[in-house]
Structures are given as structure tokens and as C-alpha cells.
Design a protein around this ligand. Structure first.
Ligand code: NDP
Length: 315
């Protein structure tokens, strides 16, 4: 009996391919390259990146699309749902890694640690010469978290031992969260001096970190983004950092990756990372396993492990 065919369009973590090949017939190609017969055989998809409505429509018998990563904005999950197709993502297994990275990025931004290391490596540390004192300290700050979901909550928990004040903004109040709630992002930005963004890419979050929010954050303000670049008006951010409207920023994500605007690259008060918040070997292995386990869960037990909310079945 032939095995179930799973399509892998584009690049994906090697462990996904290795493990998929143990249970499935793996077909690595763009869906547009499949003829009707080959397309009709595909029942599962494992994807890291984009899988749009046209790609879904091209596979008449697809049942489940397993997306690598917790943010599944590249997969048209709403369209999939209209056709009864399940979409899964990889939540929770990366919470700790992303929250750790957020804290590291926050400290690097506030204490200028990457700049200080570059200064040392450039041979500037000589007798009588010290790296200048950092303008900012984490001590005594009021940190606002924009998005208090799985990862936002882990960031908040990690911030507690730093003895900073913690507040947050989401659309719905978390009754059990021991932090100050602000029903609007503007009110949060006005109240805090440090803002961490960890919201998903949705139509509602588009460029919500704009000139008005940055101005509310103020000249001692520090902005950290580990969510999506989509959430930020990068022109407004570069202008705010240049003019001193805010003090510094640490960014792991950008609007049009991997393009990072020159206006940000040129700034000394921005710490810039290449979208690596979940990027350790153990965490990416766990994400790869969850991609495969969702496909196995569905095709062997009729139960996907981590379906997204739009999806027609519940976990
Ligand atoms: P969750 O779905 O658990 O949490 C999302 C949070 O954002 C919720 O608290 C939600 O609250 C809030 N939110 C959503 N929309 C809005 C809105 N319009 N206004 C205010 N708050 C909003 O997601 P995760 O914590 O698991 O992940 C968050 C995002 O982080 C992912 O979608 C992904 O894009 C990004 N990410 C980035 C990584 C990186 O490598 N840099 C790695 C992993 C994730 P409510 O619904 O009440 O508004």
C-alpha cells in the first residue's frame, strides 16, 4: 500500500524531512509544479513560510497544513478553514527561548553591550580609556508588554526578578495577571518607559507602533520588538531614534525581512538581530518535532496536536 503523500514546498528544518520520511511519502516541490494526478495525491503539507489560498486550492485532497513556527501569518488559515483544511502551528515549545531572547535583547539595548564589545574588539580599551557609561539602566524602569499571550507571559515572569514595574496591553484583560492593564496601546505607552512588542501579525496590529506611540514613550523610552516587524512603522521608528524622541530600540524582527532599512542600520542606539529569537538547536528541533507530530497525530489518530484557532477541529 502506498504511503500518504506530504508536500514540502521550499526550505524547512532538516529534522522535519528526516522524520517525515520515516512515515510519509515526501514530495519536495512548489505546488504549481505538480500535475493534476500528483496534486491529487497530496494529503498533508509541512511548510516554513508562505502557503497562500492559491496553493491550498491547487491541492484538492489536502487535509492538514503543518506550519513551522508559532506565527502562522504566512499560511492562509481562514481560507483553509472554508475548505475544511486543518492548519497547525508550533506554540509553547519556543516560549522560553523567545522570552529569554527578549530579556537578552532588552539588556543589550539598555546597557549597550554589543556596542561595548565592538569597542573592545576594535582595540579601543587602553590604559586610562574606558567605554563610556551607558545612558540607561534597567533599574527602576516601568516595562509595558504589548501582547500578554504565551510568550508575553513568559517575558513578564522573567522581568519580575529585575524588580521593574510591569504593565500590559491586550484587547482582553487577563483577570489573573498581576500586572497593570491598559485598554489602549497609547495609554500603555504614556505610562511606561520601556515597551516590548510580542503581538502576532494581524490586520489589527499593522504599524500600530507609530510616531504617536513612540512620542508617548518619550525620550528615555526603550522599544523592543520580538513579535513581527509588521507591527512597526519603521520610518517613524528610525526618525524617533535619530531625533531622540525615544532613547533606544532592540529589534529581532523587521517589516520586509531580510531587508533591514539603512536608516536603522546607521543608528548607534539600535540593537539589531536577524530574527533569531527561537533560533537555538534544541528549540528548533522541538518545533520540527511538533510539525511532524501534528501530521502523524492527524493521519494516525485523527487528532492534530496544535491546531490554530481558525481551524475546523479542536485539539
Ligand atoms: P499568543 O496568541 O499566545 O499571544 C498573542 C497576544 O497578543 C495575546 O495576549 C493577544 O491578546 C495579543 N493581541 C493579539 N492581537 C492584539 C491586538 N490587536 N491588540 C492588542 N493585543 C493583541 O501568541 P504567542 O505569544 O505564542 O506569539 C506571539 C507572536 O510572537 C507570534 O504570533 C509571532 O508572530 C511572534 N513570534 C516571534 C518569534 C521570533 O522569532 N521573533 C518567535 C515566536 C513568536 P488579546 O487576544 O486579548 O488581544
Amino acid at each position: 500500500m502506498s504511503r500518504i503523500a506530504v508536500l514540502v514546498p521550499g526550505k524547512i528544518h532538516e529534522r522535519v524531512l528526516t522524520r517525515l520520511r520515516e512515515s510519509f511519502d515526501v514530495i519536495q516541490t512548489d505546488p504549481v509544479a505538480l500535475d493534476a494526478q500528483a496534486a491529487g495525491r497530496i494529503r498533508g503539507v509541512a511548510v516554513s513560510g508562505t502557503f497562500n489560498a492559491a496553493a491550498i486550492d491547487s491541492l484538492p485532497n489536502v487535509e492538514l497544513i503543518a506550519s513551522f513556527g508559532v506565527g502562522y501569518d504566512g499560511v492562509n488559515a481562514k481560507h483553509a478553514a472554508t475548505k475544511g483544511v486543518i492548519v497547525t502551528n508550533t506554540p509553547d515549545v519556543l516560549n522560553d527561548e523567545v522570552a529569554d531572547t527578549a530579556i537578552g535583547l532588552l539588556l543589550n539595548t539598555i546597557r549597550e553591550l554589543p556596542r561595548a564589545e565592538n569597542w573592545l574588539r576594535a582595540g579601543n580599551w587602553k590604559p586610562g580609556q574606558n567605554y563610556p557609561l551607558s545612558r540607561f539602566s534597567l533599574k527602576g524602569r516601568h516595562v509595558g508588554i504589548y501582547g500578554l499571550g504565551r510568550i508575553g507571559q513568559e517575558i513578564a515572569r522573567r522581568l519580575e526578578p529585575f524588580k521593574v514595574k510591569i504593565s500590559y496591553h491586550t484587547r482582553t484583560r487577563h483577570a489573573d495577571a498581576p500586572y497593570g492593564y491598559y485598554p489602549s496601546l497609547k495609554d500603555l505607552a504614556e505610562a511606561v518607559d520601556t515597551l516590548i512588542s510580542i503581538v502576532p501579525k494581524t490586520p489589527q496590529t499593522h504599524r500600530t507602533i507609530n510616531a504617536e506611540i513612540l512620542s508617548a514613550l518619550g525620550p528615555d523610552g526603550v522599544f523592543i520588538n520580538v513579535g513581527r516587524g509588521w507591527t512597526v512603522d519603521e520610518d517613524a521608528l528610525a526618525a524617533a531614534l535619530k531625533s531622540g524622541t525615544i532613547g533606544a530600540a532592540g529589534l529581532d524582527v523587521f517589516y520586509d525581512e531580510p531587508d533591514v532599512p539603512a536608516s536603522l542600520l546607521d543608528l548607534p542606539n539600535a540593537v539589531l538581530l536577524p530574527h533569531l529569537a527561537s533560533g537555538s538547536v534544541p528549540t528548533r528541533n522541538a518545533m520540527a518535532d511538533l510539525v511532524v507530530d501534528n501530521l502523524i497525530g492527524w493521519f494516525q489518530n485523527g487528532k492534530p496536536l496544535t491546531p490554530v484557532p481558525e481551524t475546523p477541529v479542536k485539539a
